[in-house]
Write a protein that binds this ligand. Structure first.
Ligand SMILES: C[S@@+](CC[C@H](N)C(=O)[O-])C[C@H]1O[C@@H](n2cnc3c(N)ncnc32)[C@H](O)[C@@H]1O
Length: 333
């Protein structure tokens, strides 16, 4: 789908002064409607997740995540003259990628955007706590509400797979980029990686929820209400996760959108085989139960296996088998 200039201007004119408010408690009727409306599903699902998102995904704004974000950026973009002036993040969630990239010196000022009002609210709150010069608004990546040639850099993490028309979003990215500006999207699921991740998640959920039915292990299980809520969320997840990517296909989409110097990079094979069961296990067990030792095991295990992926497996395993896909490209000067 291509958005005409007239449609685009109409959209800009229709943007209200005040962004819509978060709706963290969707009714059953809203959830039903969202099954047939992917963008409503994105808003309900991510508004519901927003306040607990950082905790669920172990997102922080300290050295650990600053280094993680910067490594993802460098791995696909390579060495760049830094900092970029003004950066935009699409599908910012709680701000994990851009806020940590700014702390790493990648960009001087930022604008965070997301379809979910709840996420924008949390991202702006996080930016304020960190004292970063960031503004934000509720925005659909397919119709970005900023003028042409506004940004030096556009970034996103784990967002492209939620957008119905990825090529249209990348066309919009190129429109709002200044000539010579760069985009970097990381953390997208690969088509093959998604197959084994889903299977591992499903198997871990089944085993853990069944084993913790044993009365002696009852306090290793979240309340039924919490598990049911997770299952409802997982059902919505199927509606919000629209794509998986083969790296070569994603390169073609970016080129079709008009980008030059396009390059896709993949990461995490062994690390993903550990990461998905770990995350699913954490969703079943009450948060206080696992403690610091578990967190250390999960993080160090992931780091060690990532090292094996980056230094060994990437030489012998084809890139499309790795779980995470990242893509970069440039707007022609
Ligand atoms: C998986 S979350 C990732 C959040 C964050 N980037 C991170 O890595 O932690 C995907 C985010 O994309 C947002 N999103 C989904 N569809 C979108 C769209 N069409 N335009 C903008 N944001 C969208 C969701 O609301 C959600 O916050």
């Amino acid at each position: 789908m291509t958005v005409s200039p007239q449609e685009h201007d109409r959209h800009l004119a229709a943007v209200p002064d005040l962004d819509p408010a978060p709706n963290p408690h969707a009714t059953q009727a809203e959830v039903e409607a969202a099954r047939h409306d992917t963008k409503l599903a994105q808003v309900l699902y991510h508004d519901w997740e927003a306040e607990s998102y950082d905790e669920k995904w172990h997102i922080s704004y300290d050295e650990r995540c600053i280094e993680y974000a910067r490594d993802r950026f460098d791995a696909v973009a390579g060495p760049q003259p830094l900092p970029y002036g003004r950066a935009l993040e699409l599908g910012c969630g709680t701000g994990f990628f851009l806020l940590n990239l700014m702390q790493a010196g990648v960009a001087a000022t930022g604008s965070v955007t997301d379809l979910s009002p709840g996420m924008v609210k949390v991202a702006l709150r996080n930016a304020e706590h960190l004292g970063l010069p960031v503004d934000g608004r509720v925005a659909d990546a397919e119709i970005i509400p900023y003028e042409d040639e506004t940004f030096d850099l556009v970034v996103g993490h784990a967002v492209l797979h939620h957008i119905p028309d990825v090529e249209q979003a990348l066309r919009e990215v190129l429109r709002v980029l200044k000539p010579g500006g760069r985009f970097v999207f990381a953390g997208e699921p690969s088509t093959i990686g998604n197959l084994y991740a889903r299977w591992l998640g499903w198997a871990t959920w089944k085993i853990t929820t069944n084993v913790t039915r044993i009365p002696a292990l009852a306090d290793w299980r979240r309340t039924q209400e919490e598990l049911d809520e997770s299952s409802r969320a997982a059902a919505l997840e199927a509606v919000v996760d629209l794509h998986t990517f083969d790296p070569a296909d994603l390169e073609k989409i970016a080129e079709a959108a008009g980008a030059i110097a396009v390059h896709a990079h993949t990461e995490e094979f062994a690390a993903a085989l550990l990461g998905w069961p770990v995350r699913t296990f954490e969703a079943v067990v009450p948060p206080g139960k696992l403690g610091f030792g578990w967190a250390k095991f999960a993080f160090n295990g992931w780091k060690t296996l990532s090292w094996v992926d980056d230094h060994l497996l990437n030489r012998i395993v084809p890139r499309r088998f790795f779980y995470n896909v990242a893509i970069t490209g440039v707007k022609q000067s």
